[in-house]
Design a protein around this ligand. Sequence first.
Ligand SMILES: O=C(O)c1ccccc1N[C@@H]1O[C@H](COP(=O)(O)O)[C@@H](O)[C@H]1O
Length: 219
Amino acid sequence: MTVEVKICGVRTPAILDAAMTAGADFVGLVFFKKSPRNLSAADAAPLATAARGRVKTVAVVVDPDDVLIETIATQVCPDVVQLHGSETPERTAAIKAQTGLSIFKAIPVAEAADVTAAARYEGIADRILFDAKAPAGADLPGGNGMRFDWAILGDASAPFALSGGLDASNVAEAIRLSGATLVDVSSGVETAPGEKDPALIAQFVQAARGAAPEHKKAS
Ligand SMILES: O=C(O)c1ccccc1N[C@@H]1O[C@H](COP(=O)(O)O)[C@@H](O)[C@H]1O
């Protein structure tokens, strides 16, 4: 089984090209002012246009209001909306209804008990994304390069995505231990916050492609 790959925090045409050349399945466009990867809708629209039909675009937002969602949906036209804040199941359903788009819902994880929160989004979010819980007081809810114990996802049901501190050196082990069918990376393919590196992107995609979840390997 092939594991899908998302390269998050793409900000320039050159890095979009690098992600597509490497064979990424998704690229993330971040709409969060505190992030070093933040884009305006006007800056993101040409990137999304260049990506269309070649790689799926994911609009990453944090507790967005209806105006931001409408602006992104009409100007950027992404394939997916990734909700990376404290959106409730009701708010998640409302954003899905407003946009008609596929929804990734991020669930912050520090310990096994956090994984159960995902059940509240069953039948609402199209994919659950388990990400490392940000430290208290952090500026960003994601994109911090922090990881958690991947093995605690071993019993999570339904295909899910994994992020948090992944890079080319650890993504194969993360897939094997967690059973994730999609891996998402931001800091792990950067040389500085917000500065993506084409070689690191290529290495990450290659490492993820070569991995398979342990319990899904043919015996
Ligand atoms: O990348 C960001 O700046 C960001 C900002 C706000 C919400 C989510 C963000 N990124 C997501 O964070 C995770 C993990 O990133 P990392 O690899 O640990 O740096 C990933 O899901 C990104 O989509």
